[in-house]
Design a protein around this ligand. Sequence first.
Ligand SMILES: NC(=O)c1ccc[n+]([C@@H]2O[C@H](COP(=O)([O-])OP(=O)(O)OC[C@H]3O[C@@H](n4cnc5c(N)ncnc54)[C@H](OP(=O)(O)O)[C@@H]3O)[C@@H](O)[C@H]2O)c1
Length: 293
Amino acid sequence: MPAKIIYGKEISAQIRVELKERVDRLKARGVTPGLGVVLVGEDPASVSYVTAKAKGAEEIGMFEETIRLLPTSTEEEVLATVDRLNRDPRFNGILVQLPLPKWVNPDKVISFISVEKDVDGFHPINVGKLLRGEPCAIPCTPYGVVQMLIRSGYSPEGKHVVICGRSNLVGKPLAALLVQKKKGANATVTICHTGTKDLPSFTKQADILVAAMGAPRVITAGMIREGCVVIDVGVNRVPDPASPKGYRLVGDCDFDGMLKKAEAITPVPGGVGPMTVTMLLLNTVEAAERKAN
Ligand SMILES: NC(=O)c1ccc[n+]([C@@H]2O[C@H](COP(=O)([O-])OP(=O)(O)OC[C@H]3O[C@@H](n4cnc5c(N)ncnc54)[C@H](OP(=O)(O)O)[C@@H]3O)[C@@H](O)[C@H]2O)c1
């Protein structure tokens, strides 16, 4: 049997329907959840992410405002914008689109966002709360990965999850989330990275494999066991003369090769990507609900 394909777009659409209902309920109480997005410069990838976030927020009835700062903006100007959003009660969530110009310290900017409005879950206090298993904003991509697993019938509970990649954005928060003694988590977690010796010996042990390396098709069918559930977070551009753009997007896993061996697999694009924006909306709605209650 070929692997079941887990489409993030479908799961994402389902979650957005639920979110719209929650937004409607908040609005009936006189509260409109608000998201403030800070975009510094005109990096095309950042512009496209920010546009997707704004569109998603509008579609579920949230208030959204994108503050566009010049590419030459100073750290003080970025911090002043965050300060203004921190104080503005219309915004329940604040997102500063990364990367920032090299003279602006991203850690300083993220730590400056008020903890209650940090809907990316990157503030050091939220990172600590996640590790401790306390209620907090959960970083959007790891949150999306877990929701995809649960909603497609592959709960990580009791499973061995092998995560390839240990970034602060994906690998580490995902491990922190999965290792909690909670429903929808409670997994045995292994993290691999470039210091891992004999990567296949670990990936072959995975009931669930999460690839978040940014290394095109490095994980092949020979590196997983029969029946593994594969979540491919990686997004890589590879040259493709047949495409009008001259490139196409592939994941960290050899999707075609794994189709016959995996139990289920996410495509790239159309897998984890759409979930990330949806989880940002979810975090913002949750921040508004916490405030309203
Ligand atoms: N779909 C989405 O919404 C979404 C969101 C975020 C990221 N992504 C994608 O996910 C990928 C990872 O993103 P990131 O921000 O986590 O990247 P990152 O900060 O570059 O981290 C990559 C991690 O993978 C490890 N790694 C790289 N190559 C490896 C290899 N050959 N073998 C074993 N480990 C390897 C690195 O190990 P070391 O620590 O030892 O260097 C590092 O821990 C990228 O393709 C990114 O575009 C997608």
